[in-house]
Design a protein around this ligand. Structure first.
Ligand SMILES: NC(=O)c1ccc[n+]([C@@H]2O[C@H](COP(=O)([O-])OP(=O)(O)OC[C@H]3O[C@@H](n4cnc5c(N)ncnc54)[C@H](O)[C@@H]3O)[C@@H](O)[C@H]2O)c1
Length: 453
C-alpha cells in the first residue's frame, strides 16, 4: 500500500508497450462500487474473494500485460499460486513511514490507524518475499527486475546469493586477476583467450567437452562481451541448453552485450554468424567493476551509451557511472523484452551501425575499433535524420576514418540490399529510432563524409 504501484505500473506498461491493468480499478469498474464500499458491504474476506477471481482472470489472459495488484492480494493463496505460475512478479519497495504518509486519510479501508497499518506491513513482508522474483523502486527498476537484470554498485561481492546450485565459471585471465569472484565452483574456472579470439566454435567445443554440469547447473560468464557471447552460446547449446548468469565487466557488456539474450561466435566469413537467443537466468551488473577499465575500452562503451541516450531522448552520457549504466541497461532490457527475437523494434538499436559495419569492413577489421566506427556511424545517422551531432562530437570526438572508400561502400550495399535506388537505415525521430528508406546517393554521401581523404 502506498508504494506507487498504479503510477509506476502505468510507466512500466508504456516502457514495455503493453496494456496496463490496475486491479483495484478493474474491480471497481466491474462492480460499480469503490474498494471502500466493497469492504463495507462484503467485509475483507468478501473483497479478497472478488480480488482473487479478477486476478485469476487477468493473469489467465494469453496476451501479456502489466498488472498492478492491490497490496493485500498476496494474502490469498490462489493469487500467490497464480503469480508463481503466470507472472514475472516484482515487489515495489517502500519504507513503512513513506507508505503510511501516502496512504493515511485516503479512504483506504486498511489504512485507518497507524499501528495496525504498520503491523499489516510487517505481516505481509514474508508473503511478498515468497512471490517476488525481484525488487524495485521505480519504473526502470521494474523493467530490469522483470528481465532478471540486477544493476547495483557492490552486486559483484554478492554474486553467490544469485548463483544457486552447482556452477562453473567462464572468464579470461585479465578479468580473473583483477576481479576474482567469490563463488563455490564445481571445477576450476574455464579461462578463454582475450577478445574476439574467445568467440570461436573451437572455444565453445572445448567448453562443451570440459563442462561437468548436468542440466540443473549454471554457467557463470564473467568478462566483456566476447566472454559473455561465447559462454552464453555454450550455455545455449550444452545439453540442449542450461541456465547461465552473465556478469559483464566492460561498459560495452554492462549497457549492451550481456543484455537481451543474444549469444554468438564468429566464423572466418564474418562476425556473429553462429549463435542463439538464450536469455540469462540473471544478469549481474556492478558498475564498480568499471574502475579498472582502460580509457579506450571505456570509450567503446560510451559510443553505445550515446546511442542509447539519443534513442531514449535523454542525455544519459552525462550521468555518473552507476546511473548511466542503470538507465542504459534498463532501456535495452525494455526493448528486448518487447522484441526478444529481434523481429522489429529491437532493430532500432542499430542506429549508426549500418555505417559502422561498412567502415569496419572498409578497414578490413584492422585499423578501426567497433566503438570508433559506431561513433562515426552515429554522425551519419544523425545527419541523415536532420538532427544535431554535438552530443556525439563532444562526448566521443570521432576522427574521420582512414579506410578504403569503395570497399566500405560495397560492404554497406551488400549489407542493406538496395530497392528502387533506396536503402533501409535506422534514423532518429522525435519518438526515438525508426527504420526508413533513404536515397542511395544520400547514404553514400553520408558514408563518404566519415572517411578521411
Ligand atoms: N550479444 C550482444 O547483444 C552484443 C552486443 C554488443 C556487443 N557484443 C559483442 O561484444 C564484444 C565486445 O565486447 P567488449 O567491448 O566488452 O570487449 P571484450 O570482451 O573483448 O573485452 C575487452 C578487454 O577488456 C578486458 N576487461 C574486461 N573487463 C575488464 C575490467 N573490468 N577491467 C579491465 N579490463 C577488463 C578483457 O580482458 C578484454 O581484454 C564483440 O564481440 C561484440 O560482437 C555482443
Amino acid at each position: 500500500m502506498g508504494a506507487g504501484k498504479s503510477t509506476i505500473g502505468a510507466e512500466v506498461a508504456k516502457l514495455l508497450g503493453r496494456p496496463f491493468v490496475d486491479l483495484d480499478r478493474e474491480i471497481e469498474a466491474r462492480t460499480g462500487a469503490s474498494v471502500a464500499q466493497i469492504f463495507e458491504e462484503r467485509g475483507e474476506s468478501g473483497f479478497r474473494a472478488l480480488e482473487a477471481e479478477v486476478a485469476a482472470e487477468e493473469l489467465g489472459h494469453a496476451a501479456l500485460s502489466v498488472l498492478a495488484l492491490g497490496g493485500g492480494a498476496v494474502e490469498t493463496e490462489a493469487v500467490r499460486q497464480a503469480l508463481t505460475d503466470r507472472a514475472a512478479t516484482v515487489l515495489l519497495e517502500v519504507e513503512p513511514d513513506a507508505a503510511w504518509e501516502r496512504s493515511r486519510g485516503k479512504k483506504r479501508p486498511l489504512a485507518r490507524d497507524e499501528a495496525s497499518f504498520r503491523s499489516l506491513y510487517e505481516r505481509r513482508q514474508p508473503l511478498y518475499a515468497q512471490v517476488a522474483g525481484g525488487r524495485a523502486r521505480d519504473a526502470d527498476g521494474v523493467v530490469l527486475a522483470a528481465g532478471g537484470v540486477v544493476v547495483e554498485p557492490g552486486a559483484f561481492s554478492r554474486l553467490a546469493e544469485v548463483v544457486e546450485g552447482p556452477a562453473e565459471l567462464v572468464s579470461d585471465a585479465r578479468v580473473l586477476e583483477l576481479h576474482p569472484p567469490s563463488l563455490a565452483l564445481q571445477t576450476p574456472p574455464h579461462v578463454l583467450r582475450s577478445g574476439e579470439e574467445a568467440k570461436t566454435i573451437e572455444t565453445v567445443a572445448r567448453l562443451w567437452r570440459e563442462l561437468r554440469l548436468d542440466r540443473g547447473g549454471t554457467l557463470v560468464a564473467l568478462g566483456g562481451g566476447c566472454v559473455t557471447d561465447a559462454a552464453g552460446f555454450a550455455a545455449a547449446t550444452y545439453l540442449r541448453g542450461i541456465d547461465w548468469v552473465a556478469v559483464p565487466t566492460t561498459l560495452v557488456g554492462q549497457v549492451d552485450a550481456a543484455i537481451g539474450g543474444k549469444t554468438a561466435v564468429n566464423l572466418p566469413e564474418g562476425k556473429n554468424l553462429v549463435g542463439a537467443f538464450h536469455w540469462p537466468a540473471s544478469t549481474v551488473i556492478d558498475p564498480e567493476l568499471l574502475a579498472t577499465l582502460p580509457a579506450e575500452q571505456r570509450l567503446e562503451g560510451m559510443a553505445e551509451v550515446v546511442k542509447t541516450g539519443l534513442l531514449a531522448g535523454e542525455q544519459l552520457w552525462e550521468l555518473p557511472d552507476a546511473e548511466l549504466v542503470r538507465r542504459s541497461a534498463a532501456f535495452k532490457t525494455a526493448l528486448c523484452l518487447r522484441d526478444p527475437y529481434d523481429r522489429g523494434l529491437r532493430q532500432t538499436l542499430n542506429l549508426g551501425h549500418t555505417f559502422a559495419h561498412a567502415l569496419e569492413a572498409g578497414a578490413e577489421y584492422e585499423t578501426i575499433t567497433h566503438g570508433r566506427a559506431v561513433a562515426l556511424g552515429l554522425l551519419a545517422a544523425l545527419r541523415l535524420s536532420g538532427r544535431p551531432t554535438d552530443a556525439v562530437e563532444e562526448t566521443l570526438a570521432p576522427e574521420p576514418a582512414r579506410v578504403d572508400r569503395e570497399r566500405a561502400w560495397q560492404a554497406l550495399k551488400r549489407d542493406k540490399k538496395s530497392t528502387g535506388g533506396e536503402l533501409r537505415v535506422v534514423l532518429l525521430g522525435d519518438e526515438g529510432g525508426y527504420a526508413a528508406s533513404a536515397p542511395e546517393a544520400d547514404v553514400r554521401r553520408a558514408l563518404g563524409e566519415l572517411i578521411a581523404d
